[in-house]
Design a protein around this ligand. Structure first.
Ligand SMILES: [Zn+2]
Length: 196
């Protein structure tokens, strides 16, 4: 009797350890740190391509699927703010830029480790799946500027709009090469003068 009990206890312990290991692995794969987003900026000729990846916590304060009408409204409001790229990232007026395209969506962490299959017809089944609780906002934008040589810097309203955000790690790619920079709540500005 004692032997059977020990066996069961051992089995339970093994299962728990395996579940913990799986959870740890998933978090490493997810690789987002709350408070920190990533912004990629690529300037080529007159076109700026920008991509933002930010933890849900930074943008709306939670990362599970919206469960109440209030949470759904928060997500929709955040998406609307993220769509208006030139309000979020203020470029010098002299550069004469206009937004051409914007795409904003939320993804849960399954997308980071699994297949990148983003066809429209998948969205219904995705919505039905339970979230693992580390959803992110992904935004991509295309901007065109008549005078890209005047892109000496930008100032962001990102931190004013999203109270959970503390930091943006920025990767800038121009014809002069790649540079890394950070924008923070205390320094919501990016100097581009040296890289344009
Ligand atoms: Zn998270």
């Amino acid at each position: 009797m004692l032997k059977i009990f020990t066996g069961l206890a051992f089995a339970a312990f093994t299962l728990t350890t395996a579940a913990l290991a799986d959870d740890t692995k998933r978090r490493e794969l997810g690789a987002h740190a709350h408070g920190q987003g990533t912004l990629d900026i690529a300037v080529e000729g007159n076109t700026i391509q920008m991509e933002l990846v930010a933890p849900g916590v930074d943008i709306v304060g939670f990362e599970h699927e919206a469960a109440t009408m209030e949470q759904t409204a928060l997500v929709e409001k955040a998406k609307a703010k993220l769509t208006d790229v030139l309000a979020l990232f203020k470029l010098p007026a002299a550069a004469n830029c206009e937004a051409n395209a914007a795409n904003v969506e939320t993804r849960d962490d399954e997308h980071q480790s699994g297949a990148k299959d983003d066809h429209d017809h998948d969205h219904e089944s995705e919505a039905a799946k339970p979230s693992h609780g580390h959803a992110e906002f992904h935004a991509t934008w295309t901007i065109s500027c008549k005078a890209p040589e005047s892109l000496t810097g930008l100032e962001t309203a990102y931190f004013e709009n999203f109270s959970g955000a503390q930091l943006l790690n920025v990767n800038v790619t121009t014809s002069k090469g790649q540079t890394q920079a950070q924008m923070t709540r205390d320094k919501p500005r990016l100097d581009l003068a040296g890289v344009m």
